[in-house]
Design a protein around this ligand. Structure first.
Ligand SMILES: [Zn+2]
Length: 474
């Protein structure tokens, strides 16, 4: 079990501050922050030359998820281990439901997938595929008993996950009453279905047609529609994986009108572009996910949206499939390529290297985007998402100057390729603690499957109270 630990000489960075101080950890939480702290029975950890960040939180993962007749390569063990190497100490995974099946059954399935496997803490969002009396009756329990306070609605994947507008609208209204945040995958699934059929009829089967049949307009249209329905329902909305200018515009427009709408982007949209889908020998399939990669100029729009606060978070949308044997299922028909990529490990480092190091965002914005804002939006703050007395000791000791090249040969995900292969980045976690215990120490894995705890989250808009018996000593 976690004993006392004293982290000295590091520079603490939160979403609002940056200062040099020591951190005393007692058990699972931070018990003191101050100058020249000492403790006779604490193990001292020297963090000289390093930043101390609150553990990053990934709001968007798909681990051990069935899709298109196969299952993601990374499960809750390999996925959370890779996440930890990247500085992520909590994830929120998507629990998929099926029409006509009790929500509790689906939640149980996700608990079974994760319970003895996760090495970091985890929580679930719940997919809503239909809205009726039975579902409505179950929702209060989902919130109170399970602490699941975010519901995901798909506007795409026709005949699979896609919900109609009435379901989205009804979910928005229910979420408002219950204190939950509605998340949308915003692409127009009907139009994608039309364009896809047209492409196949014309014999256009290569991976690039995945992008060409899901143009930015279908994302912009769905984002705008979801925003309008949110306004009409007087509810709150979180748009996942925003990839293009068209969607950013709709989010900004709604926010300017006072609609409570939040936007997440992903590292792949900030660092990769549509030309990757044209790689020869079917390698373009490695970059097939939805929404698709865009023309390069969209990247700067997304960076500016993060900088200006029009987008607020970064999810990985981790959904990994091997190239050999899984992505290759779509040879000769791009619609059969499993959608998704391996992103959980490098999310934080890419934002630091491409964002902070290149002067696109501040270091405090970086912390907010990968951790603090996520904790606030999804009912985990201030237990998670910051460094403060009484908070969980989820801590990343980060070397800001270490240079490395991303590669599948050195990553920790179970998948056989890395979408960012060959990318040079600066900055890397050295050690990572979850609730006071090292999971990664000096870049070595020292965690254990099953040590990750399930996080019951607070309602949207509510913040948890820290324990009252702790005193601030700074
Ligand atoms: Zn996703």
């Amino acid at each position: 079990m976690a004993a006392k630990k004293l982290i000295k000489n590091g520079i603490i960075v939160t979403a609002s501050d940056q200062y040099e101080a020591d951190i005393l950890i007692d058990g699972e939480t931070i018990s003191s922050i101050g100058f020249n702290l000492s403790s006779a029975d604490a193990e001292v950890i020297d963090a000289k030359g390093c930043y101390i960040f609150p553990g990053a939180i990934d709001p968007h993962t798909h681990l051990d998820m069935p899709f298109g007749g196969t299952v993601t390569k990374d499960d809750f063990e390999s996925g959370t281990m890779a996440a930890a190497f990247g500085g992520t100490t909590s994830i929120i995974d998507f629990c998929l439901t099926e029409k006509g099946r009790p929500l509790q059954d689906a939640i149980k399935t996700w608990h079974d997938k994760s319970k003895d496997k996760a090495v970091i803490d985890y929580s679930f969002h719940l997919m809503i595929g239909e809205m009726n009396e039975t579902v409505l009756k179950e929702l209060p329990q989902v919130i109170e008993k399970e602490g699941i306070t975010s519901f995901k609605v798909f506007m795409a994947y026709k005949n699979v996950f896609q919900a109609d507008d009435a379901t989205l609208f009804h979910t928005l209204k229910a979420a408002k009453d219950l204190g939950a945040l509605v998340m949308v995958h915003a692409e127009n699934g009907d139009v994608i279905d039309y364009l896809t059929k047209e492409a196949l009829e014309n014999g256009n089967t290569d991976p690039i047609y995945h992008a060409l049949t899901r143009p930015p307009e279908v994302e912009g249209e769905a984002t705008g529609r979801a925003a309008q329905l949110t306004s009409l329902a007087d509810s709150q909305l979180y748009v996942v994986h925003v990839s293009c200018a068209e969607a950013v515009e709709k989010i900004a427009e709604a926010r300017n009108k006072g609609v409570e709408i939040w936007g997440e982007t992903c590292p792949q949209y900030l660092a990769l572009d549509k030309t990757y889908l044209e790689k020869p020998n079917f390698e373009g399939a490695k970059y097939v996910w939805s929404p698709p990669l865009r023309d390069k100029w969209h990247q700067e729009v997304l960076w500016n949206a993060l900088k200006s606060g029009q987008l607020q978070t970064l999810g990985s949308d981790q959904c990994s499939f091997d190239f050999e044997g899984q992505k290759t299922l779509g040879k000769g028909d791009f619609t059969k390529i499993p959608n998704g990529g391996p992103m959980i490990e490098d999310r934080v480092s890419i934002l630091f290297s491409e964002g902070v190091k290149k002067g696109r965002i501040s270091i405090n914005q970086f912390v907010d985007i990968v951790s603090t804002r996520v904790a606030k939006l999804f009912g985990m703050f201030p237990k998670k998402g910051t460094i403060s007395v009484g908070a969980d000791a989820d801590i990343v000791i980060f070397d800001p100057n270490h240079e490395r090249v991303i590669s599948a040969s050195t990553h920790h995900m179970a998948v056989d390729y890395n979408a960012f292969e060959g990318m040079k980045i600066t900055g890397e976690p050295v050690s990572v603690l979850v609730r006071g215990d090292f999971v990664v120490r000096d870049k070595q894995f020292v965690g254990k499957a099953g040590n990750g705890q399930y996080i019951k989250r607070n309602k949207y808009g509510a913040t948890s109270q820290l324990k009252q018996n702790q005193t601030l000593s700074i």
